[in-house]
Design a protein around this ligand. Sequence first.
Ligand code: SF4
Length: 180
Amino acid sequence: METDNSSNLPCHQKKIPLWLVFLDNIPTIILFVLGGWIIQFLSIAGAVIYIVYALASVVFFWKKICPYCHHHGTQACPCGYGVISAKFFGKKNDRSFKKMFRKNIPVMFPNWFVPLIAAVYLLYIKSTAGLIIIIIAFCINGFLIIPLISRLVGCKNCEIREDCPWMKINFSEVKVHTLI
Ligand code: SF4
């Protein structure tokens, strides 16, 4: 079903600055690189599969989540996905955003938790200083920096943040990880 019932909202006239797009995307790229790096200690093929999965999950996000978002096809999307998604996937009914987000966001979770599980196993079988540093960097980036950037910068001024399940997921993670 094709609708566009929100293109005139004030937030859609905004143009997110390029530095913010980079700030949103660079930690995600670092997450994939560090995740692949951790997994390659166990298996090179596993690391390649992880990277391919991570990239495919981003395309899946563009296809299954972004078209339902108010920011699809606007430069108000904090990470630029909304613009890229619109080049390949048509806009859908944005009243389904919450439902589609909750249904499809689990596809992204292995990008965080597969390297984490590999890290726990690696620490069990061999703990070297280099490995520990990579794992700490992965955890700080993935479980602290990415949620904090979303909450405090990228999504801070979004006018639909109260409706966005991502904010609730991030808020829970930030609360958990700032307590550790
Ligand atoms: S704000 Fe999120 S869901 Fe909306 S277009 Fe951007 S990346 Fe996609």
